[in-house]
Write a protein that binds this ligand. Structure first.
Ligand code: ZN
Length: 311
């Protein structure tokens, strides 16, 4: 049996929030459907932030409603706070992703509260979700941003990452994501931290959320995989950027991530060749946005034997 690896599209949230052009809702729906047709079964479709803050994501409700009609698709959304969680609960999303920063300085500049206060906020969100019947409630995940370095503080202490991961697991997180928000991570640190956190919080799944800001995205993904991680965030064409590094690339490239794992014999369920369709939709909608990826440029090698098509 091939090892199953889940790859979640986050470009509709993480990618689009960092481009200033507004993509029409119909285009996002076409993007989503084309990825669904390619076998993508995890999509973070938007963020429940106030539309005034991020007009690019003002159509979150419409996207979620549409996504929920696609059988087998795990529909998730980012929630910044309890108000966002209430919107997610009302719509019936499958997963809600709360985010806090491990770096105190980053958390303060983002949400003007300490990391411990944000952990308290997370507890309240978990409580809110648990007031819904167990079989109806969404899964509530917690993302730990700046887990591998921070533009404000530089180093982020690995024991602190571990301590916070344990606290949010105890608070009731259904999943945890360790995020290299600004692309400071390197494979040795990624391997160390994932190994420890996975052992600490099992059976809670630990996801990887990596940005390819400095070109180590896939190396980091491989290090996390070898440490036991089986869930990876990625964005189509690496759409997005880094708010602290103008001109830098975004999340790890979805197509290349699928390629690496399928080439290794893992089963992602995704047909890479069919990812050309959503990429064309995205390129047409955002002709000025940089799209990345080696597979889109070079094509698949002739010795590539994907799991998805064998199944
Ligand atoms: Zn991100």
């Amino acid at each position: 049996m091939a090892e199953r690896v889940r790859i979640r599209e986050v470009g509709m949230r993480d990618g689009l929030q960092s481009v200033s052009d507004i993509v029409p809702t119909e285009t996002k729906l076409a993007w989503l459907d084309a990825e669904y047709a390619a076998g993508v079964r995890d999509i973070e479709v938007s963020s429940f932030v106030p539309p005034k803050l991020l007009p690019q994501l003002a159509d979150a409700e419409q996207l979620v409603r549409h996504a929920l009609t696609r059988t087998g698709l795990v529909v998730s959304a980012l929630i910044p706070n309890s108000r966002g969680a209430e919107r997610g609960l009302a719509l019936g999303v499958h997963e809600m992703n709360f985010v806090l920063s491990v770096s105190e300085g980053h958390n303060k500049s983002n949400v003007r509260r300490s990391t411990d206060e944000s952990i308290e906020d997370f507890r309240r969100v978990v409580q809110l979700c648990h007031e819904h019947a167990e079989d109806h409630r969404p899964r509530i995940n917690c993302g730990l941003a700046t887990a591998f370095g921070c533009t404000i503080e530089g180093d982020v202490d690995e024991d602190r990452v571990r301590r916070i991961a344990n606290e949010v697991a105890e608070a009731g997180a259904d999943g945890i994501a360790l995020a290299d928000t600004v692309g400071y991570g390197q494979p040795a640190a990624i391997g160390r931290v994932f190994r420890k956190v996975i052992a600490d919080v099992a059976p809670v799944p630990v996801w990887a959320h990596f940005h390819d800001t400095r070109g180590l995205g896939l190396a980091n993904a491989l290090a996390a995989y070898e440490a036991g991680c089986r869930g990876f965030d990625a964005s189509l064409g690496g759409l997005g950027g880094c708010p602290y590094a103008p001109g830098a690339s975004g999340n790890i490239v979805l197509e290349d991530t699928v390629f690496m794992f399928e080439a290794m014999g893992c089963d992602t369920g995704i047909d890479i060749e069919k990812l050309a369709a959503p990429r064309a939709i995205l390129h047409a909608a955002l002709p000025n946005a940089a799209l990345y990826g080696a597979i889109a440029k070079a094509g698949l090698p002739r010795n590539f034997h994907p799991e998805a098509r064998a199944a």
